[in-house]
Write a protein that binds this ligand. Structure first.
Ligand code: SF4
Length: 264
């Protein structure tokens, strides 16, 4: 018997959170059925994520889990059109000594965590700022190989749990769980221009999803147009994305945690 009145899955549309959705839907490996799965759309996911949502949403709903999609708006448009620097992405800037430093990341909270929690309030029937009476739990799809991303909730009425870690599952096992359920293997979910991407991912995107890679190249140029006195880049090399040698995988290691909300 659960101590919680309401459990939701923060659904990222990547391998691990899809495996967790499957385990919850089928009530396997000790994972109970969640009351809802919620995907926060930044408006800037690669097209393959929107295509995958079209497949996984009816599958989840056929298995008794409503999959809601919420959004705080289109992150790139807010950054470029309204210059809302308070929702900053972790773009790279040169420091005085020439080394690179990412900007403080606020996008995950503004465009992932907050819209999901707002949706939970709405599903529970609360108005903004009303005190939540239920005991609420959030399941996050983080596997054993990403344990550094485990972080407690910063929201007082939400408790985070990581069932894939409790079940001691790693990424390859998560892929098997998804495929055994008859779903296609998911790909990484995150904004196409996310400055945390590795060269390996950029190169894969360029080769397999050229239109999305081009959007990232265009966005990278646009943020420098907007901040001419304070140049920033989506690539850690501090070079325009379109000019980077993406075959050099060694230069792209950046082990930044993201609390399991963005699939980076
Ligand atoms: S994927 Fe990257 S840019 Fe997009 S919300 Fe997450 S951290 Fe920010």
């Amino acid at each position: 018997m659960s101590d919680y009145d309401y459990t939701y899955l923060s659904y990222g549309c990547g391998v691990q959170s899809t495996a967790l959705l499957v385990l919850s839907a089928l009530e396997q490996r000790g994972v109970p059925k969640v009351d809802a799965a919620i995907f926060a759309d930044t408006g800037d996911e690669p097209q393959y994520i929107y295509d995958y949502l079209e497949i996984v949403k009816p599958w989840a709903e056929d298995h008794g889990i409503p999959l809601h999609i919420c959004s705080a708006g289109k992150l790139s448009a807010d950054l470029l059109e309204t210059d809302r620097t308070f929702v900053a992405i972790p773009a790279w800037r040169p420091m005085d000594d020439g080394r690179e430093m990412p900007m403080r990341r606020q996008c995950t909270r503004e465009y992932k965590v907050t819209p999901i929690e707002k949706k939970v309030r709405e599903l529970l029937g609360y108005q903004p700022r009303q005190r939540i009476k239920e005991k609420v739990r959030c399941f996050l799809g983080i596997s054993m190989d990403e344990v550094t991303r485990v972080k407690p909730s910063r929201t007082s009425w939400v408790t985070n749990e990581w069932p894939l870690i409790d079940a001691r599952l790693r990424r390859p096992q998560c892929v098997d769980i998804v495929e055994e359920a008859g779903l296609p293997k998911p790909s990484k979910s995150s904004c196409h221009y996310c400055p945390y991407h590795s060269n390996k991912y950029w190169e894969w995107l360029k080769k397999n999803h050229t239109a999305d890679f081009q959007k990232a190249v265009d966005f990278d140029i646009a943020i420098r147009e907007l901040h001419k006195d304070d140049p920033m880049y989506v690539h850690r090399s501090l070079k325009p994305l379109g000019e980077v040698d993406l075959t050099d995988y060694q230069l792209s290691l950046w082990d930044e945690e993201c609390e399991g909300y963005c699939g980076i």
